[in-house]
Design a protein around this ligand. Structure first.
Ligand code: FAD
Length: 438
């Protein structure tokens, strides 16, 4: 009998996992909280390991066709003096692509159920695992929404309402809480639950719902996230006369700027800088301009060319608690839900593709429970090494504000032979399929 999976989240990880599980013969539903599958304006660097995983997921060539492939141009000071340049090994090449282009390639026409926020999860310790969904996107009173709900209920095997919800919501959002507060009658609560909440069972639940994962909060309640002390602005512009041909990074005091060419003759840039948590500005473009005002001219040019509506700001958080296991009975985490890290190494997404490809292959070759055990063996150690490294790197980049430390860091980059840097990256960039034999 075909096994069924619910994937929570239609980001890079959820869409990649859908491909992996379908290839393994599983029947998959992808539930996305947002009203549409979307990506904020940004690019992403795909390295050799990520591309190998995308090949295993059957989408590598589509990505190669669309992305811009180039060797990194190097690392520079904030004034544009070279610190380290001339990467030569083929394995150092990066495929850079707009996130929307990548999401489209991964999705390839798959049906995604949007407006479906998962608010609770039950593991499969005594039965089948399940998720509880809050239908958010549609007006619950419209005839269309009622039809849609009925259609989903018919499709969902084992739908059961009113089951105890493992809390993943903030207090006050849960109808059970509302009843406890005496603000609603039992009948009203039941009506709300029936209209807005639905519990669906499957043979496997995949938590691909990012750093604030509801799946993780429900079943790994002690895991916590941490603010890095840095914020990030990013944008996409049409290529300028002084745009690079491959990724270029600039390191300053407590800040880093990067830019790389992506598909459509565009350039993706990002600027990370030390900042207090939760700060925002009414004019983020102006805030980014001011922060990088004294940097190399090409840095300022790319920020200046960004349309007002095209800039995004996001504080950088990571998962502070290393999870000893990425699974519970019948429930598994992947991507940022499992190992959110700082973007200093540009590996969060690449590792997410590795997770998805690994999970798909293991589920094809083994029973569910054995696959999840092996998934832990393949993924926990490797991803947590990257997490640690991304934090260490942050200490020498966006978190390095002491001028002496900055000078020492720049000196170290200057002295490091290119070949050494490339070879040091070798263990990182080698993803091995679980089917690999030495
Ligand atoms: C500034 C920056 C630059 C980066 N650059 C790179 C790079 O160059 N290369 C690289 O490899 N990585 C990079 N990363 C990391 C990479 O973006 C992430 O690791 C990757 O997006 C993780 O994918 P994900 O699918 O796990 O999570 P997400 O992309 O966060 O997707 C999670 C999805 O789940 C949905 N969701 C959330 N909660 C619920 C819920 N309760 N119910 C249903 N759906 C839900 C969300 O709406 C979202 O669609 C960067 C990260 C940042 C912040």
């Amino acid at each position: 009998m075909t096994q069924t999976a619910i994937i929570v989240g239609a980001g890079l990880g959820g869409l990649a996992a859908a491909r992996g599980l379908e290839a393994a013969g599983w029947q998959v539903r992808v539930l996305e909280a947002a009203p549409a599958v979307r990506s904020v304006g940004a690019g992403i660097s795909i390295t050799e390991n990520g591309l190998a995983a995308l090949d295993a997921l059957g989408v590598g060539d589509a990505v190669r066709e669309r992305a811009v492939r180039a060797l990194p141009e190097g690392i520079f000071t904030d004034q544009g003096s070279p610190l380290h340049r001339g990467f030569q090994l083929d394995s150092s090449a990066i495929h850079a692509i707009h996130r929307s282009t990548l999401l489209d390639a991964l999705r390839e026409g798959r049906e995604i159920e949007t407006g479906m926020r998962v608010v609770g999860v039950t593991d499969g310790a005594s039965g089948r695992p399940s998720v509880t969904i809050e239908h958010g996107a549609a007006d619950p009173d419209s005839a269309d929404a009622r039809d849609e709900r009925q259609r989903r209920r018919d499709r969902a095997r084992g739908t059961k309402l009113g089951r105890r919800i493992h809390r993943a919501l903030e207090p006050g959002d849960d109808p059970i809480d509302r009843r406890a507060e005496g603000r609603a009658s039992r009948a009203q609560v039941r009506a709300v639950e029936a209209a807005r909440f639905e519990t669906i069972e499957a043979d496997l639940v995949v938590g691909a719902d990012g750093i604030d994962s509801a799946v993780r909060k429900a079943l790994w309640p002690k895991a916590r996230t941490d603010y890095s002390g840095a914020t990030c602005w990013y944008g996409v512009v049409q290529a300028e006369a002084d745009s690079p041909s491959g990724v270029r990074q600039y390191l300053g005091r407590g800040a880093e700027f990067g830019m790389e060419p992506i598909d459509g003759g565009r350039v993706y840039w990002w600027g990370m800088a030390h900042a207090r948590m939760g700060r925002s500005s009414r004019d983020e473009l102006e805030a980014a301009r001011a922060r990088f005002d004294t940097w190399a001219p090409e840095v300022r040019d790319h920020i200046a060319a960004t349309p007002q509506a095209g800039i995004v700001r996001r504080d950088l958080w990571s998962l502070a608690t290393p999870l000893r296991s990425f699974h519970r009975p019948g429930v598994v985490l992947l991507g940022d839900a499992a190992h959110a890290m700082l973007p200093t190494l540009g590996q969060g997404g690449n590792l997410t593709f590795e997770d998805a490809a690994t999970l798909g292959i293991l589920l094809e070759d083994h029973s569910r429970d054995e696959a999840l055990r092996q998934y832990d063996r393949e993924r926990v150690g490797r991803t947590q090494r990257f997490q640690q490294l991304s934090h260490r790197l942050a200490r020498t980049t966006v978190q390095a504000r002491n001028p002496v430390l900055v000078a020492a860091r720049n000196g170290a980059f200057n002295l490091m032979p290119t070949m050494l840097a490339e070879l040091a990256g070798d263990w990182m960039l080698g993803w091995r399929s679980p089917r690999h034999v030495d």
